[in-house]
Ligand binder design. Structure first.
Ligand code: FMN
Length: 313
C-alpha cells in the first residue's frame, strides 16, 4: 500500500451543489482534494450575475486551490470573464466545453461547440491574449459522437493548456448511460497535455482500475461520487476507509457547518430547508431508505433537524 502511486483528486464543479460554503466546509472537514473548481461563470445579456460574483469573491473562499470556471461561445465573452477573474486575483481559469444543457448547447456553449472545430479554435486562441493566466479545459467526448474530440486534438495539442479534463460521455447523453472508456483511451493516446479522467467514479476501486488501464493519467476529477461520499478523496489518499462512526462524526460536523452558514445567509426557513435537502439528493446513498425519505420529505426546519439527527445517529 505504501508506495502505490496515488492520483491527485480534483473536485468537479457541480452547479447548485459545490458552491463556496460547500467547498470551504468540504476542505475543512474531509480534505484530500488537489483542486476545487467553481461552477461556470457566464454572461447573461452581457452582464455578470450577482450570485456568481459572490461565489468567486476571494474573501468568500477558503480552499487552498480554487480555479474559477467560465462558459462562453465567443472570444468576446471569454475575454470579459477572464478579465473579471484576473481582477479578482486568479491566475488560473478552467474553460467549460462540456455542459450539456440544451439551452446553452444550442448557443454553441459547453459541449454544444464541440462539433465546430473552427469555433473552438477561434474561442481557444483567445487565451493567447492573456499571458498572465493559465488555462485548462473541461470537455466531453463530443456533442453527438466521440469522433468530435479527436477532430479537436490538433487544435488542443497546439495550445498552451495547463490541463484537459475529459468527461467520457457525449453531450447528448446528459449524465445518463455509460461512460465510453474506449473513446477516452483513443483521446488519451493522442493528447499531449496533462490529462484528467472524469465520469462515474464512485469508489477507491474505480480509481485503481482507471490507473491500471491508463497509467499516464495525471489525475481524476470526481463529482457525484464525492457528493455521495465526501470522504472518498481522503480515503483514497490514505488507502483506508473511514469506520462508520468516523464517517458519521465527520458528516455531522460538515452538516453543521453548512447549516450554520446557510442559516445566516439565506432568507427564511423555507429557503434554508430546500437548500439543505438538496445536499441529501446524493449524500450517503447507503443510508436507511426510511430515514433518508424523512429528511427529503421534511418541510419545516425542526422536522428537518430531527430527521437529520436520526439519520446520522
Ligand atoms: C447538477 C450538476 C451540475 C453540474 N455543473 C457543472 C458545472 O458548472 N461545470 C462543469 O464543468 N460541469 C458541471 N457538471 C458536470 C460535472 O462536473 C461532471 O463532469 C459530471 O457530473 C461527471 O462526473 P461525475 O460522474 O464524477 O459526477 C455538473 C453535473 C451535475 C450533475
Amino acid at each position: 500500500m505504501q508506495d502505490k502511486k496515488r492520483l491527485p483528486i480534483h473536485f468537479a464543479p457541480l452547479q447548485g451543489f459545490t458552491d463556496a460554503p460547500y467547498r470551504n466546509a468540504h476542505e475543512s472537514i474531509f480534505g484530500g482534494i488537489e483542486t476545487y473548481y467553481t461552477p461556470f461563470v457566464r454572461l447573461e445579456k452581457g452582464e455578470f450575475r450577482n450570485k456568481e460574483l459572490r461565489e468567486i469573491e476571494p474573501e468568500n473562499n477558503t480552499v487552498q486551490h480554487l480555479v474559477p470556471q467560465l462558459i462562453a461561445a465567443t472570444p468576446d465573452e471569454l475575454r470579459k470573464i477572464v478579465a473579471l477573474f484576473l481582477d479578482k486575483g486568479y491566475t488560473e481559469t478552467d474553460i467549460n466545453l462540456g455542459c450539456p444543457f440544451p439551452m446553452l448547447a444550442r448557443r454553441h456553449k459547453g459541449s454544444g461547440i464541440l462539433p465546430y472545430p473552427k469555433e473552438v479554435e477561434e474561442l481557444l486562441n483567445t487565451i493567447l491574449e492573456f499571458p498572465d493566466m493559465k488555462f485548462s479545459v473541461k470537455m466531453r467526448l463530443g456533442w453527438e459522437s466521440p469522433e468530435e474530440c479527436l477532430a479537436l486534438l490538433p487544435i488542443l495539442n497546439n495550445l498552451p493548456l495547463r490541463q484537459i479534463t475529459l468527461h467520457a460521455r457525449v453531450g447528448k447523453q446528459q449524465y445518463k448511460g455509460t461512460t465510453d472508456r474506449n473513446a477516452f483511451e483513443t483521446f488519451y493516446n493522442e493528447c499531449k497535455h496533462t490529462l484528467l479522467y472524469n465520469g462515474d467514479i464512485a469508489s477507491i476501486e474505480d480509481i485503481d482500475r482507471l490507473l491500471n488501464r491508463f497509467p499516464n493519467l495525471s489525475g481524476v476529477m470526481i463529482g457525484r461520487g464525492l457528493l455521495a461520499n465526501p470522504a472518498l478523496a481522503s480515503e483514497y489518499l490514505k488507502g483506508e476507509k473511514l469506520s462508520r462512526s468516523e464517517m458519521l462524526e465527520k458528516v455531522r460536523a460538515f452538516h453543521t457547518l453548512l447549516l450554520n452558514h446557510y442559516e445566516a445567509h439565506l432568507q427564511g426557513n423555507d429557503q434554508l430547508v430546500t437548500k439543505m435537502k438538496s445536499i441529501w439528493e446524493y449524500l450517503l446513498p447507503e443510508m436507511d431508505k426510511k430515514l433518508k425519505k424523512k429528511i427529503l420529505k421534511s418541510t419545516k426546519l425542526e422536522t428537518y433537524r430531527t430527521a437529520v439527527s436520526e439519520g446520522l445517529k
